[in-house]
Unconditional design. Structure first.
Length: 218
């Protein structure tokens, strides 16, 4: 059973880092260096996220966890965390791996991340950034409704009247997507592999529907 004090190791940024590192060891996966650049981008280009977990704090946390490896405290940590750390470290000692990750995160190159046209979204980054967009578009095209218009009407009505925050966040995601990927070619290059159901036309259509909902209902 995971202690409430250990959730940051499995559900927080440390857990995300380890999942990324483990996945990078799979054949054909993106190199860990690229995934760390994506993590930098994910943490730093949102003021809210960078305030909640500055890279310097993450690096310090990894150093503290490295010092814990091999101690009684380490053995009391969740098995899920210890197993993920062992897989991520591979042939390297777990403590050395954590310290190496901390050093990379402190490196100035970590702070100079490439944009999404230079280094395309990966699956985990797309899901983390655009989870509402993915969920709403999936509902639009799920086949449960006779038409997209009916689907959108049902979906948006189900959020009403306490929809300001959730639909406001959705509108922000949709507008950010259209701002970041201004041409259909850029859009398709970004989403065709990681979120194929999220298309330029659907994002436009959904954003118009959200705006119409607020104009008519609020």
């Amino acid at each position: 059973m995971i202690s409430k004090h250990d959730e940051f190791l499995t559900q927080g940024t440390v857990g995300l880092l380890l999942r990324i590192a483990v996945a990078s060891r799979n054949p054909g996966a993106a190199p860990l260096e690229d995934e760390l650049q994506r993590l930098s981008r994910f943490l730093l280009d949102s003021r809210a996220t960078s305030a909640a977990m500055p890279p310097a704090v993450l690096a310090s946390l990894l150093d503290l966890l490295a010092n814990e490896v091999g101690t009684e405290a380490f053995e009391s940590r969740p098995a899920e965390y210890r197993q993920a750390l062992a897989w991520a470290a591979g042939d390297d000692p777990s403590a050395d791996f954590l310290r190496a990750m901390a050093a990379l995160i402190r490196d100035r190159q970590f702070l100079m991340y490439p944009d999404m046209t230079e280094l395309p979204l990966s699956g985990w980054e797309a899901s983390g950034r655009f989870s509402l967009t993915s969920a709403f578009v999936s509902s639009m095209v799920s086949g449960e409704y006779d038409s997209v218009d009916e689907a959108l009407d049902e979906i948006l009505t189900s959020e009403h009247p306490d929809c300001h925050e959730r639909l406001g966040d959705l509108a922000g995601e949709l507008q950010r997507i259209l701002y970041l990927f201004r041409t259909r070619a850029e859009f398709n290059a970004a989403f065709a592999t990681v979120m194929p159901h999220v298309t330029h036309a659907r994002v436009r259509y959904l954003l118009d529907a959200v705006h119409a909902h607020f104009a008519e209902q609020h």
